[in-house]
Design a binder for this molecule. Structure first.
Ligand SMILES: O=C(O)C1=C[C@@H](OP(=O)(O)O)[C@@H](O)[C@H](O)C1
Ligand SMILES: C=C(OP(=O)(O)O)C(=O)O
Length: 427
């Protein structure tokens, strides 16, 4: 069903009465993999047919940028990967362009990547405020060579540099400084580059990529998105019974968030992998161990799902390694703290890197959740409809950033999704 979700609307979610979830879901395809393959395809100048490209807004923005690559001004939208990957790409492509983005993306860090690209010979400057988009980039042949980069803010800086490295005359040798975050996302980049012929070595904190050219096959198929799968694991954990088939999903050696299948075993959800996907099965509650301490430094996109799961199950736990959450679509640590506290959970934040969630009080009958313009806030709180009478989620269209069909898929699984207008909301 097509929905027109205009600004300011909300959706009220009511779970099926028996709280049993049985059915098949076709997940969105991975936006992280899609965005990498698109950049590599452009660099390789190939006709590779990309099958199952993600329909996420972030990928659509990247496709639109690539279509307008010769324009004087390019808007990269709200994706961190989209913006940062394009920064590196434009540094190489002849021509002067202004690279802009959404207001949301303007608040996310890019400075260390700008400096690294400048060190490699790129012509990049800030069009307005130092340290923030928009940027003026004049593409040129890059010599490449050695550079240092702070790896403790976003792995996307490294992925962006790595992907253009084969097209720099000397390749690139990056020395990673600081404690690396989101490491599997850089590994994903390198594995994808390697599939398409790039050569690299990564020893200790030095990553070297050799000069060369990508070679792509006639077609390449993108896999379903494991971060999107996490919401189905959470739904299964809150259900009375679940047999949910996530079509086409496989154990991935590319996607970090494949870890969700291991993590949710502890929350009483088992995963049965077969040829055509994964089946999530809710186990007996007595099998639940519930995680007491969970390290998420390399899986930042699972933090909201897991934090809400702990609160929804009336459990307690500490999530560690959350330092990048402050610089995502919103300050996710603060957003979680506010919304979980409003649901009666106790939430302690330590040094902006750890969250302790503990809920002993009963949940309210219903709640209105603010999403702060963040798709993952909307999708991680929506499953609470299974443990409350209803949950209302503000600004539901935010899900389009990674999972445009999320509300339709919930409906398919038997949830009632009612549009809430401003008048009803305030009455
Ligand atoms: O490279 C990628 O595709 C991503 C890397 C991660 O970001 P950081 O490296 O900034 O943590 C992750 O949170 C984001 O959703 C996607
Ligand atoms: C942080 C995310 O993506 P990006 O950094 O690409 O905006 C996300 O999808 O949760």
């Amino acid at each position: 069903m097509e929905r027109n979700m205009s600004e300011g609307e909300a959706v009220k979610i009511i779970a099926p009465e028996d709280k049993k979830l049985k059915g098949e879901i076709k997940l969105p395809f991975s936006k992280s993999v899609s965005n990498r393959v698109l950049i590599i395809k452009l660099l390789s100048d190939s006709n590779c047919e990309i099958k199952n490209i993600s329909e996420s807004q972030d990928t659509k923005s990247l496709i639109s940028v690539l279509e307008k690559i010769n324009h004087d001004e390019i808007n990269a939208g709200s994706g961190g990967t989209t913006f940062r990957f394009i920064m590196a790409l434009l540094s190489l492509l002849p021509g002067k362009r202004k690279l802009t983005c959404s207001e949301q993306m303007k608040n996310r860090p890019i400075e260390a990547l700008v400096s690294a690209l400048q060190d490699l010979g790129a012509d990049i400057s800030y069009a307005e405020e130092t340290g923030k988009p928009p940027l003026i980039i004049t593409g040129r042949n890059l010599i490449g060579g050695s550079v240092e980069l702070d790896a403790s803010i976003s792995s996307q800086y490294l992925s962006a540099l790595a992907m253009i490295a084969p097209y720099c005359k000397k390749g690139i040798e990056v020395t990673l400084k600081g404690d690396m975050v989101s490491r599997p996302y850089l590994e994903m980049t390198l594995r994808i580059m390697n599939k398409f012929g790039a050569e690299y070595s990564w020893e200790g904190n030095v990553l070297s990529v050799k000069p060369g050219a990508y070679e792509m096959p006639d077609s390449y198929e993108i896999e379903p998105d494991w971060s999107a799968a996490s919401y189905w694991y959470e739904l299964a954990a809150f259900s009375n019974e679940a047999q949910i088939k996530l079509k086409g999903l496989n154990k991935s050696n590319l996607q970090a968030d494949c870890a969700v299948s291991r993590i949710y075993k502890g929350f009483g959800v088992d995963s049965y992998f077969s040829e055509d996907g994964v089946e999530l099965v809710k186990l007996d509650d007595s099998t639940r161990i519930s995680h007491k301490r969970l390290e998420l430094l390399h899986n930042p996109d699972l933090a909201q799902t897991v934090a809400v799961t702990i609160a929804g199950l009336g459990s307690s736990g500490t999530l560690l390694g959350l330092k990048t959450l402050k610089v995502k679509e919103t300050d996710r640590i603060e957003a979680l703290r506010i919304e979980l506290t409003r649901l009666g959970a106790e939430v302690d934040v330590i040094d902006d890197t750890e969250i302790i969630v503990d809920r002993t009080e009963s949940l309210p009958v219903s709640a209105h959740i603010n999403t702060y313009g963040d798709h993952r806030m909307a999708m991680s709180f929506a499953p609470l409809a299974l443990v409350m009478e209803s949950v209302t989620i503000d600004n539901p269209k935010v899900v389009a950033k990674s999972y445009p069909n999320f509300w339709n898929d919930l409906e398919k699984m038997g949830f009632k999704i009612e549009m809430v207008t401003e008048e009803v909301k305030s009455s």
